[in-house]
Design a protein around this ligand. Structure first.
Ligand code: FDA
Length: 361
Protein backbone atom coordinates (compact mmCIF):
# COMPACT_ATOMS: atom_id res chain seq x y z
CA UNK A 1 0.00 0.00 0.00
CA UNK A 2 1.26 3.45 -0.88
CA UNK A 3 1.22 5.23 2.44
CA UNK A 4 1.97 8.80 1.41
CA UNK A 5 -0.04 10.96 3.81
CA UNK A 6 -1.93 13.77 2.09
CA UNK A 7 -2.55 16.91 4.09
CA UNK A 8 -6.17 18.01 3.97
CA UNK A 9 -5.86 20.85 6.40
CA UNK A 10 -8.21 23.66 5.42
CA UNK A 11 -6.72 25.88 8.11
CA UNK A 12 -3.45 26.18 6.26
CA UNK A 13 -2.68 29.73 5.21
CA UNK A 14 -4.03 30.93 1.87
CA UNK A 15 -1.74 29.43 -0.69
CA UNK A 16 -1.82 30.21 -4.35
CA UNK A 17 -4.33 32.97 -3.96
CA UNK A 18 -1.78 34.99 -2.01
CA UNK A 19 0.86 36.04 -4.49
CA UNK A 20 4.49 36.07 -3.34
CA UNK A 21 3.74 34.02 -0.25
CA UNK A 22 5.18 30.77 -1.47
CA UNK A 23 6.89 30.13 1.84
CA UNK A 24 3.47 29.84 3.47
CA UNK A 25 2.59 27.02 1.11
CA UNK A 26 4.60 24.50 3.01
CA UNK A 27 2.30 22.53 5.25
CA UNK A 28 3.53 20.61 8.21
CA UNK A 29 2.00 17.81 10.23
CA UNK A 30 1.67 20.16 13.17
CA UNK A 31 -1.34 21.94 11.69
CA UNK A 32 -3.02 19.08 9.88
CA UNK A 33 -6.63 18.46 10.87
CA UNK A 34 -6.89 15.22 8.92
CA UNK A 35 -4.78 12.99 6.74
CA UNK A 36 -5.70 10.45 4.13
CA UNK A 37 -3.59 7.53 3.07
CA UNK A 38 -4.12 6.78 -0.58
CA UNK A 39 -3.67 3.06 -1.10
CA UNK A 40 -2.96 1.58 -4.51
CA UNK A 41 -6.69 0.84 -4.96
CA UNK A 42 -7.49 4.55 -4.77
CA UNK A 43 -9.89 3.89 -1.90
CA UNK A 44 -8.90 6.23 0.90
CA UNK A 45 -8.38 5.28 4.51
CA UNK A 46 -8.69 8.03 7.08
CA UNK A 47 -5.76 7.78 9.45
CA UNK A 48 -5.99 10.87 11.59
CA UNK A 49 -8.70 13.40 12.36
CA UNK A 50 -8.92 16.19 14.87
CA UNK A 51 -12.31 17.50 13.80
CA UNK A 52 -13.35 20.05 11.25
CA UNK A 53 -11.40 23.32 11.31
CA UNK A 54 -13.17 26.46 12.49
CA UNK A 55 -16.65 24.92 12.36
CA UNK A 56 -18.18 27.78 14.35
CA UNK A 57 -16.78 30.43 12.04
CA UNK A 58 -18.03 28.44 9.05
CA UNK A 59 -21.54 28.19 10.52
CA UNK A 60 -21.49 31.88 11.43
CA UNK A 61 -20.51 32.89 7.90
CA UNK A 62 -23.18 30.65 6.39
CA UNK A 63 -25.74 32.20 8.77
CA UNK A 64 -24.53 35.66 7.71
CA UNK A 65 -25.01 34.65 4.05
CA UNK A 66 -28.76 34.68 4.81
CA UNK A 67 -28.71 38.06 6.58
CA UNK A 68 -30.89 40.36 4.46
CA UNK A 69 -29.92 43.80 5.88
CA UNK A 70 -26.21 43.01 5.60
CA UNK A 71 -26.80 41.70 2.11
CA UNK A 72 -28.67 44.87 1.04
CA UNK A 73 -25.97 47.06 2.49
CA UNK A 74 -23.05 45.09 0.99
CA UNK A 75 -24.48 44.80 -2.50
CA UNK A 76 -25.12 48.54 -2.69
CA UNK A 77 -21.86 49.97 -1.45
CA UNK A 78 -18.64 50.62 -3.32
CA UNK A 79 -16.77 48.78 -0.59
CA UNK A 80 -18.93 45.71 -1.22
CA UNK A 81 -18.26 45.87 -4.94
CA UNK A 82 -14.53 46.00 -4.35
CA UNK A 83 -14.85 43.08 -1.95
CA UNK A 84 -16.65 40.91 -4.50
CA UNK A 85 -14.37 41.63 -7.45
CA UNK A 86 -11.97 38.79 -6.81
CA UNK A 87 -14.60 36.03 -6.99
CA UNK A 88 -17.27 37.60 -9.24
CA UNK A 89 -16.63 38.25 -12.94
CA UNK A 90 -18.51 41.57 -12.97
CA UNK A 91 -21.98 43.00 -12.65
CA UNK A 92 -23.15 42.72 -16.28
CA UNK A 93 -23.52 39.94 -18.86
CA UNK A 94 -20.91 41.66 -21.03
CA UNK A 95 -18.33 41.46 -18.20
CA UNK A 96 -18.88 37.72 -17.80
CA UNK A 97 -18.74 37.05 -21.54
CA UNK A 98 -15.45 38.90 -21.84
CA UNK A 99 -13.94 36.85 -19.03
CA UNK A 100 -15.35 33.67 -20.61
CA UNK A 101 -13.63 34.52 -23.89
CA UNK A 102 -10.33 35.03 -22.09
CA UNK A 103 -10.66 31.73 -20.25
CA UNK A 104 -11.52 29.92 -23.50
CA UNK A 105 -8.36 31.38 -25.03
CA UNK A 106 -6.42 29.99 -22.07
CA UNK A 107 -7.79 26.52 -22.83
CA UNK A 108 -10.54 26.41 -20.19
CA UNK A 109 -14.26 25.92 -20.62
CA UNK A 110 -16.78 27.89 -18.60
CA UNK A 111 -20.00 27.50 -16.64
CA UNK A 112 -21.81 30.85 -16.45
CA UNK A 113 -23.78 31.61 -13.30
CA UNK A 114 -26.07 34.63 -13.23
CA UNK A 115 -26.04 35.22 -9.48
CA UNK A 116 -29.30 35.13 -7.55
CA UNK A 117 -31.33 32.68 -5.50
CA UNK A 118 -34.60 32.34 -3.59
CA UNK A 119 -36.69 34.74 -5.71
CA UNK A 120 -40.00 35.81 -4.19
CA UNK A 121 -42.18 36.38 -7.28
CA UNK A 122 -42.89 34.76 -10.60
CA UNK A 123 -41.81 37.94 -12.38
CA UNK A 124 -38.40 37.74 -10.71
CA UNK A 125 -38.03 34.09 -11.72
CA UNK A 126 -38.96 34.89 -15.33
CA UNK A 127 -36.52 37.83 -15.37
CA UNK A 128 -33.73 35.59 -14.06
CA UNK A 129 -34.52 33.01 -16.75
CA UNK A 130 -34.46 35.81 -19.34
CA UNK A 131 -30.82 36.52 -18.45
CA UNK A 132 -29.98 32.84 -18.99
CA UNK A 133 -31.76 32.79 -22.37
CA UNK A 134 -29.68 35.80 -23.38
CA UNK A 135 -26.56 34.02 -22.20
CA UNK A 136 -27.37 30.96 -24.30
CA UNK A 137 -27.80 33.19 -27.37
CA UNK A 138 -24.52 34.98 -26.66
CA UNK A 139 -22.68 31.68 -26.09
CA UNK A 140 -23.86 30.50 -29.52
CA UNK A 141 -23.23 33.83 -31.29
CA UNK A 142 -19.71 34.17 -29.88
CA UNK A 143 -19.02 30.44 -30.27
CA UNK A 144 -17.97 30.19 -26.66
CA UNK A 145 -17.07 26.86 -25.11
CA UNK A 146 -19.48 27.45 -22.24
CA UNK A 147 -22.69 26.33 -20.63
CA UNK A 148 -24.92 27.68 -17.88
CA UNK A 149 -25.36 26.80 -14.20
CA UNK A 150 -28.77 27.49 -12.70
CA UNK A 151 -30.20 27.45 -9.17
CA UNK A 152 -33.77 26.18 -8.87
CA UNK A 153 -34.68 28.67 -6.12
CA UNK A 154 -33.77 31.41 -8.61
CA UNK A 155 -36.22 29.81 -11.07
CA UNK A 156 -39.06 29.96 -8.53
CA UNK A 157 -38.80 26.57 -6.78
CA UNK A 158 -39.91 28.11 -3.46
CA UNK A 159 -43.01 29.58 -5.12
CA UNK A 160 -44.03 26.58 -7.19
CA UNK A 161 -42.07 23.50 -8.28
CA UNK A 162 -44.18 23.40 -11.47
CA UNK A 163 -43.14 26.98 -12.32
CA UNK A 164 -39.46 26.15 -11.79
CA UNK A 165 -39.78 23.03 -13.94
CA UNK A 166 -41.41 24.82 -16.85
CA UNK A 167 -38.82 27.62 -16.75
CA UNK A 168 -35.94 25.13 -16.64
CA UNK A 169 -37.50 23.05 -19.39
CA UNK A 170 -37.47 26.06 -21.72
CA UNK A 171 -33.82 26.71 -20.84
CA UNK A 172 -32.85 23.11 -21.54
CA UNK A 173 -34.76 23.20 -24.83
CA UNK A 174 -32.85 26.38 -25.76
CA UNK A 175 -29.51 24.86 -24.69
CA UNK A 176 -30.21 21.70 -26.67
CA UNK A 177 -31.02 23.72 -29.80
CA UNK A 178 -27.83 25.77 -29.52
CA UNK A 179 -25.50 22.91 -28.58
CA UNK A 180 -25.07 24.01 -24.98
CA UNK A 181 -25.95 22.47 -21.62
CA UNK A 182 -27.74 23.38 -18.38
CA UNK A 183 -26.24 22.34 -15.07
CA UNK A 184 -28.60 22.54 -12.11
CA UNK A 185 -26.62 23.65 -9.06
CA UNK A 186 -27.41 21.86 -5.82
CA UNK A 187 -28.64 23.97 -2.92
CA UNK A 188 -29.28 22.88 0.69
CA UNK A 189 -30.54 19.40 1.55
CA UNK A 190 -34.19 20.47 1.82
CA UNK A 191 -34.11 20.81 -2.00
CA UNK A 192 -32.12 17.70 -2.92
CA UNK A 193 -35.11 15.49 -3.65
CA UNK A 194 -36.96 18.11 -5.70
CA UNK A 195 -33.83 19.08 -7.62
CA UNK A 196 -32.83 15.54 -8.57
CA UNK A 197 -36.43 14.68 -9.46
CA UNK A 198 -36.60 17.63 -11.85
CA UNK A 199 -33.26 16.82 -13.47
CA UNK A 200 -34.19 13.15 -13.96
CA UNK A 201 -37.61 13.97 -15.45
CA UNK A 202 -36.18 16.45 -17.96
CA UNK A 203 -33.23 14.20 -18.77
CA UNK A 204 -35.68 11.39 -19.60
CA UNK A 205 -37.35 13.53 -22.30
CA UNK A 206 -35.66 12.43 -25.56
CA UNK A 207 -36.29 15.77 -27.30
CA UNK A 208 -34.17 17.57 -24.69
CA UNK A 209 -31.20 15.46 -25.75
CA UNK A 210 -29.51 15.05 -22.39
CA UNK A 211 -28.73 18.79 -22.23
CA UNK A 212 -29.23 18.85 -18.45
CA UNK A 213 -26.99 17.65 -15.63
CA UNK A 214 -27.07 17.36 -11.84
CA UNK A 215 -24.78 18.24 -8.94
CA UNK A 216 -24.07 15.80 -6.13
CA UNK A 217 -22.58 16.82 -2.77
CA UNK A 218 -20.15 14.34 -1.22
CA UNK A 219 -21.08 15.46 2.32
CA UNK A 220 -24.58 13.94 2.07
CA UNK A 221 -25.05 10.31 3.17
CA UNK A 222 -27.54 9.78 0.35
CA UNK A 223 -25.10 10.74 -2.42
CA UNK A 224 -23.78 7.27 -3.18
CA UNK A 225 -27.32 6.02 -3.88
CA UNK A 226 -28.14 9.16 -5.90
CA UNK A 227 -25.05 8.67 -8.04
CA UNK A 228 -25.96 5.04 -8.75
CA UNK A 229 -29.39 6.15 -9.92
CA UNK A 230 -28.15 9.09 -12.03
CA UNK A 231 -25.40 7.03 -13.66
CA UNK A 232 -27.86 4.23 -14.46
CA UNK A 233 -30.06 6.80 -16.22
CA UNK A 234 -27.14 8.40 -18.07
CA UNK A 235 -27.27 11.76 -16.27
CA UNK A 236 -24.02 13.74 -16.22
CA UNK A 237 -22.93 14.76 -12.72
CA UNK A 238 -20.83 17.51 -11.16
CA UNK A 239 -19.43 16.17 -7.91
CA UNK A 240 -18.57 18.71 -5.19
CA UNK A 241 -18.14 18.45 -1.43
CA UNK A 242 -21.12 20.65 -0.51
CA UNK A 243 -21.27 24.28 0.61
CA UNK A 244 -24.21 24.49 3.04
CA UNK A 245 -24.51 24.00 6.77
CA UNK A 246 -26.11 20.56 7.10
CA UNK A 247 -27.05 18.67 10.28
CA UNK A 248 -25.32 15.37 11.16
CA UNK A 249 -28.62 13.60 10.46
CA UNK A 250 -28.08 14.09 6.72
CA UNK A 251 -24.39 14.89 6.21
CA UNK A 252 -20.98 13.70 7.41
CA UNK A 253 -19.95 16.13 10.15
CA UNK A 254 -16.22 15.34 9.78
CA UNK A 255 -14.28 16.80 6.87
CA UNK A 256 -12.16 13.65 6.63
CA UNK A 257 -15.30 11.60 5.94
CA UNK A 258 -16.49 14.07 3.31
CA UNK A 259 -13.09 13.88 1.62
CA UNK A 260 -13.10 10.08 1.73
CA UNK A 261 -16.60 10.02 0.21
CA UNK A 262 -15.54 12.49 -2.50
CA UNK A 263 -12.74 10.17 -3.56
CA UNK A 264 -15.01 7.12 -3.46
CA UNK A 265 -17.72 8.83 -5.53
CA UNK A 266 -15.16 10.24 -8.01
CA UNK A 267 -14.04 6.68 -8.72
CA UNK A 268 -17.63 5.59 -9.29
CA UNK A 269 -18.21 8.48 -11.73
CA UNK A 270 -14.96 7.86 -13.60
CA UNK A 271 -15.88 4.18 -13.99
CA UNK A 272 -19.30 5.04 -15.45
CA UNK A 273 -18.07 5.92 -18.94
CA UNK A 274 -20.15 9.15 -18.90
CA UNK A 275 -18.56 12.60 -19.02
CA UNK A 276 -18.66 14.06 -15.50
CA UNK A 277 -17.14 17.02 -13.64
CA UNK A 278 -15.10 16.84 -10.45
CA UNK A 279 -15.50 20.21 -8.75
CA UNK A 280 -12.80 20.84 -6.17
CA UNK A 281 -9.71 22.93 -5.45
CA UNK A 282 -8.38 20.26 -3.17
CA UNK A 283 -5.10 18.90 -4.53
CA UNK A 284 -5.54 15.64 -2.62
CA UNK A 285 -8.88 15.00 -4.35
CA UNK A 286 -7.40 15.94 -7.72
CA UNK A 287 -4.34 13.73 -7.22
CA UNK A 288 -6.55 10.78 -6.25
CA UNK A 289 -8.77 11.24 -9.34
CA UNK A 290 -5.78 11.59 -11.68
CA UNK A 291 -4.13 8.51 -10.28
CA UNK A 292 -7.35 6.45 -10.35
CA UNK A 293 -8.08 7.48 -13.97
CA UNK A 294 -4.56 6.64 -15.05
CA UNK A 295 -4.65 3.22 -13.37
CA UNK A 296 -8.01 2.44 -14.99
CA UNK A 297 -6.85 3.65 -18.41
CA UNK A 298 -9.39 6.51 -18.48
CA UNK A 299 -8.10 9.29 -20.74
CA UNK A 300 -7.80 12.80 -19.23
CA UNK A 301 -10.29 14.02 -21.85
CA UNK A 302 -13.07 11.72 -20.56
CA UNK A 303 -13.83 13.92 -17.55
CA UNK A 304 -13.20 17.46 -16.37
CA UNK A 305 -12.04 19.26 -13.26
CA UNK A 306 -14.14 22.24 -12.29
CA UNK A 307 -13.07 25.20 -10.17
CA UNK A 308 -14.45 28.54 -9.13
CA UNK A 309 -13.44 31.79 -10.78
CA UNK A 310 -10.67 33.45 -8.78
CA UNK A 311 -9.75 30.34 -6.79
CA UNK A 312 -6.50 28.42 -7.33
CA UNK A 313 -5.83 29.97 -10.74
CA UNK A 314 -2.33 28.45 -10.66
CA UNK A 315 -3.82 24.98 -10.29
CA UNK A 316 -6.33 25.62 -13.09
CA UNK A 317 -3.50 26.57 -15.46
CA UNK A 318 -1.30 23.68 -14.37
CA UNK A 319 -4.03 21.11 -15.06
CA UNK A 320 -4.60 22.53 -18.54
CA UNK A 321 -0.86 22.31 -19.22
CA UNK A 322 -0.93 18.68 -18.10
CA UNK A 323 -3.66 17.92 -20.67
CA UNK A 324 -6.67 17.81 -18.32
CA UNK A 325 -9.96 19.51 -19.06
CA UNK A 326 -10.79 22.40 -16.75
CA UNK A 327 -14.08 24.25 -16.47
CA UNK A 328 -14.24 27.52 -14.55
CA UNK A 329 -17.48 28.36 -12.75
CA UNK A 330 -18.01 32.02 -13.61
CA UNK A 331 -20.51 33.94 -11.47
CA UNK A 332 -21.60 37.47 -12.35
CA UNK A 333 -24.31 39.95 -11.39
CA UNK A 334 -25.24 42.24 -8.54
CA UNK A 335 -26.73 39.52 -6.27
CA UNK A 336 -23.29 38.33 -5.24
CA UNK A 337 -23.52 38.51 -1.44
CA UNK A 338 -24.68 34.95 -0.51
CA UNK A 339 -22.26 33.45 -3.04
CA UNK A 340 -19.31 35.36 -1.63
CA UNK A 341 -20.22 34.53 1.97
CA UNK A 342 -20.28 30.81 1.14
CA UNK A 343 -16.81 31.14 -0.41
CA UNK A 344 -15.58 32.79 2.81
CA UNK A 345 -17.22 30.05 4.88
CA UNK A 346 -15.30 27.44 2.89
CA UNK A 347 -12.08 29.23 3.57
CA UNK A 348 -12.21 31.94 6.25
CA UNK A 349 -8.55 32.72 5.48
CA UNK A 350 -9.89 34.38 2.33
CA UNK A 351 -11.27 37.20 4.49
CA UNK A 352 -7.73 38.29 5.23
CA UNK A 353 -6.86 38.02 1.59
CA UNK A 354 -9.86 40.10 0.47
CA UNK A 355 -9.20 42.70 3.16
CA UNK A 356 -5.62 43.05 1.94
CA UNK A 357 -6.86 43.51 -1.62
CA UNK A 358 -9.27 46.21 -0.48
CA UNK A 359 -6.49 48.34 0.90
CA UNK A 360 -4.35 47.80 -2.19
CA UNK A 361 -7.08 49.03 -4.59
P1 FDA B 1 -11.93 22.29 0.64
O1 FDA B 1 -12.86 23.34 1.19
O2 FDA B 1 -12.11 20.91 1.15
O3 FDA B 1 -10.45 22.75 0.88
C1 FDA B 1 -9.33 22.00 0.40
C2 FDA B 1 -8.28 22.94 -0.18
O4 FDA B 1 -8.78 23.55 -1.39
C3 FDA B 1 -7.92 24.11 0.72
O5 FDA B 1 -6.96 23.77 1.65
C4 FDA B 1 -7.44 25.13 -0.30
O6 FDA B 1 -6.13 24.84 -0.70
C5 FDA B 1 -8.35 24.91 -1.46
N1 FDA B 1 -9.56 25.79 -1.40
C6 FDA B 1 -10.81 25.39 -1.24
N2 FDA B 1 -11.68 26.42 -1.29
C7 FDA B 1 -10.94 27.51 -1.49
C8 FDA B 1 -11.24 28.88 -1.63
N3 FDA B 1 -12.51 29.37 -1.59
N4 FDA B 1 -10.20 29.74 -1.80
C9 FDA B 1 -8.94 29.27 -1.87
N5 FDA B 1 -8.60 27.99 -1.76
C10 FDA B 1 -9.57 27.11 -1.57
N6 FDA B 1 -21.43 23.45 -3.59
C11 FDA B 1 -22.75 23.13 -3.48
O7 FDA B 1 -23.23 22.88 -2.38
N7 FDA B 1 -23.55 23.11 -4.59
C12 FDA B 1 -23.07 23.36 -5.83
O8 FDA B 1 -23.82 23.32 -6.82
C13 FDA B 1 -21.68 23.68 -5.96
N8 FDA B 1 -21.12 23.95 -7.17
C14 FDA B 1 -19.76 24.10 -7.28
C15 FDA B 1 -19.17 24.25 -8.53
C16 FDA B 1 -17.79 24.32 -8.63
C17 FDA B 1 -17.17 24.44 -10.00
C18 FDA B 1 -16.98 24.27 -7.47
C19 FDA B 1 -15.49 24.31 -7.55
C20 FDA B 1 -17.58 24.18 -6.24
C21 FDA B 1 -18.95 24.11 -6.12
N9 FDA B 1 -19.55 24.02 -4.87
C22 FDA B 1 -20.90 23.72 -4.80
C23 FDA B 1 -18.77 24.30 -3.64
C24 FDA B 1 -18.19 23.01 -3.05
O9 FDA B 1 -19.23 22.23 -2.54
C25 FDA B 1 -17.19 23.32 -1.94
O10 FDA B 1 -17.85 24.01 -0.90
C26 FDA B 1 -15.99 24.13 -2.37
O11 FDA B 1 -15.55 23.76 -3.65
C27 FDA B 1 -14.83 23.93 -1.38
O12 FDA B 1 -14.44 22.58 -1.37
P2 FDA B 1 -13.06 22.10 -2.04
O13 FDA B 1 -13.23 20.68 -2.41
O14 FDA B 1 -12.77 23.01 -3.20
O15 FDA B 1 -11.95 22.30 -0.98
Amino acid sequence: MNSTPVCLCATAPPDSIVPNRVSLLRRTDSHCCAKLVLPASGQPAVVATEGSPMPLLRSALIALSRNRPLRRWSERTRLGLRFSARFVAGMEIGDALRVAETLNRQGMTVSLDSLGESVTSEAEAEAAAGVYHRLLDEIAARRLDAHISVKLTQMGLNLSPALAESIVESLVRHAQATGSFVRIDMEDSSRTEATLGLVRRLHARPELGGAIGAVIQAYLYRSQADIEQLVAEGVRVRLCKGAYDEPPAVAFPRKADVDANFIRLSGRLLDSGLYHGLATHDEAMIAAAKSYASRQGIAPTRFEFQMLFGVRRDLQRRLVEEGYKVRVYLPFGSDWYPYLMRRLAERPANMLFLARNLFRL
